[in-house]
Design a protein around this ligand. Structure first.
Ligand code: AHR
Length: 634
C-alpha cells in the first residue's frame, strides 16, 4: 500500500455522522521521524493569461486604454473629441499613416477653431478612469506628426471628470511633420487619490495632427520602464510563487488559428508590436509581451513554465501534424532560444537587443493548452512533433503534456480542475493511488467555483481542502496554480469568476482563497512525515509537512463544517515539546463571507500562540476555519 495513502485512510470513515464526529475528539498522530517522501519545492506557483483585464487595465501599468486604436468601437468607448466653447474639430481613424508597419493607423485630429483659452483635441477615458495619487510622477509619451508648425504646442493634461480641473499637465512645444516619439512627465500635487480622471491632448491653434501609441505610466514595480503595477506585484510576491505558467490558458490558443499567440509580435520596441485579438473579447496591447513575462518571473524569483502554441484553436481548428505544423515547431524552438540563447544565437541576440543580455532558465515547456478539447485526436502526433524537436535541441527541458499521450512519455501532465467545494471535499484523495511511474502532475489550473468576482469563504474551504491532498501527494504533484488569478472588478471587466485577486485602478484585494494559498505556500516543509487521523468529522482535512533542517512541523487543518472539531495531536518520534506553537487562522462565520474592494480585509489570517506541553496537544478547530500550526520539535 502506498504509505501516503495509508495516512489518508483515516479520513475515510466519513460516513460517520458529523454530529457524532463533532462530539468525540479526533486523534491526529504524526510520526515526525518517519518520512514518506519529499515535498516538491515548486509546489506553489502562479498561472496567468490575458483574461478579466489581467494585463491591459490590470497588472501592466499602462493607463491609456486602446493606445494604438486597435480595439473595435474605439471612438465611442475609449477616445472622444474635446471641443470647448468656441473650438471646433473632428476626429477620425486614418488608415493611411502610422509610425511603423506594425502600427499603420493613427488618430487624425482636424482642428478648425481653437485658442489658448478654448483648446480643442481628444480625450481618453482610460481603463475605467485614470487612477491618480498625490505627489506622483507619471511618464507620458506618444507618437505624433502635424501638417504644419502652425498648430503649435500639444498640451497633455490629466483632468478630473467631476470638477473639470487639471490635475497634472505638461506641454510638448512643437510637433514636427514626420512621425516622432515625444515624451513628457506629469506630476500631481496634493490631490485625493481617485480614478475619476481622464487624459486630454489638446492644441490651441487650427491644424491637423496625427497620433498613436499614446502612453501614461505611473511608477512601476522596481521602476521598470513599461512595467507592472506595484500593488499587484506585491500581492503576488506574498503568495511565495515558485513558478509562473504563461501565456495561457486559452490566451495561448486564440479562437481561430490566425489568432494564435504569435510571440514574435510581442517583443521589441512597442511601436513594432502590432497587438492582437484575444479570445476573451478584447484586444491585447501586447505591451506585456514575451520578454515582460520573463522579467516578471525574474522580479518575483519564479521559474518560467513557458507554454508554446501547439497548433490548436478554441473553435476546434487544428494544424495537421507534419509539414503544416513544422513552422510552429520552429517558432517554439525560436522562442526557447530567445529566452535561453547567448548573444551568438539569432534569437538570443534579439533578446540582448531588446535590453536583456542575461539569458533566462527555462526548466519547463508546456506544449499547448487543454488539448483534450481537440476532437480531431491530433494532439498525440502534434505533441510528438514538438517533443522530438525540443528534446533534440534542449534535452534537459521537462516537457509538459496537456492531456495524456501515448506517442511519447511527457515528464509532466497538466491537469485542470474547476469544481464546487463539495466536489473538492470529495476528491481530496484524487492522487493518493495515482501511478507513481507515469508523468509527474502539474495542477496547472484549479479553483472552487463559488463567489464572484472573487471566491467566497466556501470557495477558500474547497481550495484549502484540495491543497491538503496535493501537499500529501507532493511526490507526484510537482506544481499547482490557481486560475484565473486576476480580475478587474469594474463593470465589464470580468469574463470568468471566481478569481483570486480583485482590483480597480486604485486598489486591490485578495479573496479568502488568496489568503489560504498564501498561508499554505509560506508554511511548507520539505518532507511529508507519516501520519494518521482517526475520528474526524467528514469535513476535516489536514496536511502535515516538516522542515528537516530544524524539525519545524507545519500542520494545515481545514474544518469545512460549521461546528468545531476537537483534535488531539500526538507527535511521535521526536522529543517532547515545550514552549509554544504558532497558530495562524483564517476564519469566517459563513461560507458566503468574502473580501471585496470595499471590505478588503474582512477575512484575513490571525496569528496567536498555543502552549505546548509534552508530545500531545489538544486543539479545537472552530467551524469554517483554515489553520496552520507551526510546531517546533527541537
Ligand atoms: O482559467 C480560465 C480558462 O479555463 C483557461 O483559459 C483555460 O485553460 C481553462 O479552460
Amino acid at each position: 500500500m502506498n504509505p501516503s495513502f495509508r495516512s489518508c485512510l483515516a479520513l475515510l470513515p466519513l460516513a460517520v455522522s458529523s454530529l457524532l464526529a463533532a462530539q468525540s475528539p479526533a486523534v491526529l498522530t504524526i510520526h515526525g521521524d518517519q518520512s514518506l517522501h519529499s515535498v516538491s519545492p515548486t509546489l506553489y506557483g502562479l498561472m496567468t493569461e490575458e483574461i478579466n483585464y489581467s494585463y491591459d487595465g490590470g497588472l501592466y501599468a499602462e493607463m491609456v486604454r486602446n493606445r494604438t486604436l486597435r480595439d473595435g468601437g474605439w471612438e465611442q468607448q475609449d477616445w472622444m473629441l474635446v471641443q470647448n466653447a468656441e473650438a471646433g474639430g473632428a476626429m477620425a481613424m486614418d488608415k493611411t499613416t502610422g509610425p511603423s508597419s506594425a502600427l499603420p493607423n493613427s488618430l487624425k485630429l482636424t482642428v478648425t477653431e481653437a485658442s489658448q483659452g478654448d483648446p480643442a483635441g481628444v480625450r481618453n477615458n482610460g481603463f475605467w478612469g485614470y487612477a491618480l495619487r498625490p505627489d506622483t510622477t507619471y511618464s507620458g509619451s506618444l507618437y505624433a506628426k502635424a501638417d504644419s508648425a502652425a498648430i503649435g504646442a500639444l498640451t497633455v493634461r490629466l483632468v478630473n471628470n467631476t470638477t473639470g480641473k487639471t490635475v497634472a499637465s505638461a506641454v510638448i512645444p512643437a510637433i514636427g511633420a514626420a512621425w516622432k516619439r515625444y515624451s513628457v512627465t506629469l506630476r500631481t500635487g496634493a490631490i485625493v487619490p481617485s480614478a475619476d480622471n481622464h487624459l486630454e491632448l489638446t492644441v490651441a491653434h487650427p491644424g491637423t495632427l496625427w497620433m498613436t501609441l499614446v502612453s501614461i505610466f505611473p511608477p512601476t514595480y522596481d521602476n521598470r520602464p513599461n512595467g507592472n503595477r506595484i500593488d499587484l506585484m506585491e500581492k503576488m510576491a506574498a503568495l511565495h510563487p515558485a513558478f509562473l505558467r504563461f501565456p495561457g490558458g486559452n490566451y495561448l490558443e486564440g479562437n481561430h488559428l490566425a489568432d494564435w499567440y504569435d510571440w514574435k509580435k510581442t517583443i521589441g520596441p512597442l511601436v513594432d508590436r502590432p497587438t492582437h485579438p484575444s479570445p476573451w473579447g478584447y484586444h491585447s496591447s501586447d505591451g506585456l509581451g514575451l520578454l515582460e513575462f520573463f522579467e516578471w518571473c525574474e522580479d518575483l524569483h519564479m521559474k518560467p513554465v513557458l507554454a508554446v502554441y501547439a497548433g490548436y484553436a478554441l473553435e476546434h481548428e487544428h494544424i495537421t501534424p507534419g509539414p503544416d505544423l513544422a513552422p510552429y515547431v520552429q517558432d517554439a524552438l525560436d522562442e526557447i532560444e530567445y529566452a535561453t540563447g547567448g548573444p551568438q544565437t539569432k534569437w538570443g541576440a534579439e533578446r540582448v537587443r531588446d535590453g536583456h543580455p542575461a539569458p533566462f532558465a527555462v526548466p519547463y515547456v508546456e506544449i499547448g493548452n487543454e488539448d483534450e478539447f481537440d476532437r480531431s485526436g491530433s494532439y498525440d502526433a502534434r505533441f510528438a512533433q514538438f517533443y522530438d524537436a525540443i528534446k533534440a535541441k534542449y534535452p534537459s527541458i521537462q516537457l509538459i503534456a496537456t492531456t495524456p499521450v501515448k506517442s511519447r512519455k511527457p515528464a509532466v501532465l497538466d491537469d485542470h480542475y474547476y469544481k464546487s467545494a463539495e466536489e473538492f471535499f470529495a476528491d481530496t484523495h484524487h492522487y493518493d493511488k495515482a501511478d507513481r511511474n507515469g508523468p509527474k502532475i502539474f495542477v496547472g489550473e484549479y479553483a472552487t467555483m463559488e463567489g464572484t468576482p472573487t471566491g467566497d469563504f466556501g470557495a477558500a474551504l474547497g481550495d484549502a481542502a484540495w491543497l491538503t491532498g496535493l501537499e500529501r501527494n507532493s511526490d507526484l504533484v510537482v506544481m499547482a496554480s490557481y486560475a484565473p488569478m486576476l480580475v478587474n472588478v469594474n463593470p465589464g471587466g470580468m469574463q470568468w469568476h471566481p478569481d483570486l485577486i480583485g482590483y480597480d485602478g486604485l486598489t486591490s484585494y485578495g479573496s479568502p482563497s488568496y489568503y489560504a494559498l498564501a498561508l499554505f505556500a509560506a508554511h511548507l516543509g520539505d518532507m511529508v512525515p507519516d501520519s494518521t487521523l482517526t475520528g474526524a468529522g467528514p469535513r476535516a482535512f489536514y496536511s502535515v509537512t516538516e522542515r528537516r533542517s530544524d524539525g519545524l512541523i507545519f500542520l494545515k487543518l481545514v474544518n469545512a463544517a460549521p461546528q468545531e472539531q476537537a483534535l488531539h495531536i500526538d507527535i511521535k518520534g521526536v522529543g517532547a515539546q515545550h514552549g509554544t506553537a504558532r497558530l495562524i487562522r483564517l476564519h469566517a462565520a459563513t461560507t458566503a463571507a468574502s473580501n471585496s474592494l470595499d471590505h478588503p480585509r474582512q477575512i484575513v489570517p490571525v496569528t496567536s500562540t498555543v502552549a505546548l506541553s509534552g508530545s500531545v496537544l489538544t486543539h479545537v478547530i472552530p467551524g469554517y476555519s483554515i489553520e496552520v500550526l507551526e510546531i517546533p520539535t527541537r
